[in-house]
Design a protein around this ligand. Sequence first.
Ligand code: NAD
Length: 507
Amino acid sequence: MTQTARGNPDTSAEADIRPVERATFESYDPRTEELVGSHPTHDAAHVDEAVRTARGAQRWWDELGFAGRKQRLDAWRKLLVRRIDEAAGVICSETGKPVDDARLELILVIDHLHWASKHAESVLRRRKVSPGFLMANQAATVEYLPQGVVGVIGPWNYPAFTPMGSIAYALAAGNAVVFKPSELTPGVGRWLADTFAEIVPEHPVFTVVTGYGETGAALCRSGVDKLAFTGSTETGKRVMETCSETLTPVLVECGGKDALVVDADADLDAAADAAVWGAMSNAGQTCIGVERVYVVETVAERFLELVAERADKLRPGGEPRADLGPITMASQVEVIRRHVDEALNLGARAVVGGSDSVRPPFVEPVVLTDVPPEAEAVREETFGPTIVVDRVTSADEGIERANASRYGLGATVFSRARGAELARRLRSGMVAVNSVISFAAVPALPFGGVGESGFGRIHGADGLREFTRSQAVTRMKYRMPINPMTFGRSSRTVRHLMRLVRMLRGR
Ligand code: NAD
């Protein structure tokens, strides 16, 4: 496995899973390359032990019931509010992001945790359903029971918000969780588990294992009842492959190449603001970040001017109040450089920045236009503060171009008259109309992708159910005068049913 400049291993598709060689590994501050912390490299035996212990803890957690769990999750939420700056400090030191971006990430975590604990009971508790005409003598109910132990594997770009989309909902649904944070942000994972244990000291309901990809693979093989993965598409495929060995169900939240479509009647100021924020906040390291813009040609010039004006003002830096932080994963800098250089070589025009904007560990904003569709900058996740703006003849063509991607995570539409109609035609899991990324901040909405962006849903009622198994129960209330489900039935019974079905279902 190759090592990056900061000593972080390359976990890309090419990198092999190798046997654990080291007992510890380090996390570094990407702004300064200073050592942040040292963490154990957990091997398969340790991961198995963590899952075994979690299984015992889960039974206790389950027995607490919705009210008992809610009380504890609410107490944890209040702790997160009280200690938000401490948590933000840990996030900043391992990702390098500006402090307000870390705070915003934690505000979202807190709101989702509130929603999950508040709504778990009403979404998951046992409820009656109609038994239908054939089984009118039965009481029919469905209940959503916890799966057991959920393994969560997370990325580094939103090291609290992203995994908590699984962790908070899995815990609220009654599961225990074993979390493997990214090797770039182990301290954030450790902080989350430690503060949870302050509130729930009785049993290890939520624990952390740390290490590289092989620790994640061990979690896939550990016998967890579900594996929730968030990370790149290439790793997502490997996770599925590993989980298939034990038929462990998976949720995969992967990469994206999200598009923003600007219609001719759009509020151009708002659209430009959204495009720049959507593309460049968190230095573009956002799975649902805007990477492509398709703007109707009649308004394209003005839109580009507005985008350029805003992007030009943004300055990356290591100080807490910089507009953009560094590129957290050192190896990503080369991907960004390659995408920008290739686009320019293929004839694209840089409206803001260019090849010189890539100054590791920082990347200054880059706005490209006239980029040919075959360029990597149009097809593949760049994950930097760059944006590709292209002209289209109509919003309809914009939708077509937006959909011409193997990914389908989020999308954005700016249109006064046709927002809802255009949104429906986008092949993506989420769409924001006349704002950007807003769906991620609505806890009641499901979050997840289609195509190579993955499948399964976190957040909202779907996100709670994702970490449960539905159990259907029928309970006989009284005996029917005719019973077709016995060898003791007569042929008259079925003839009678035939008459009924013709009458009730045949017309
Ligand atoms: P990554 O795929 O390199 O790593 C993600 C996690 O998987 C890490 O914890 C890593 O250690 C682990 N891992 C690596 N190899 C593994 C293996 N063989 N088996 C099991 N686990 C393994 O991703 P990253 O660089 O940390 O994160 C960036 C990516 O995540 C981007 O593609 C981004 O779009 C995506 N992402 C998606 C969402 C979403 O909700 N869809 C959210 C945030 C980030």
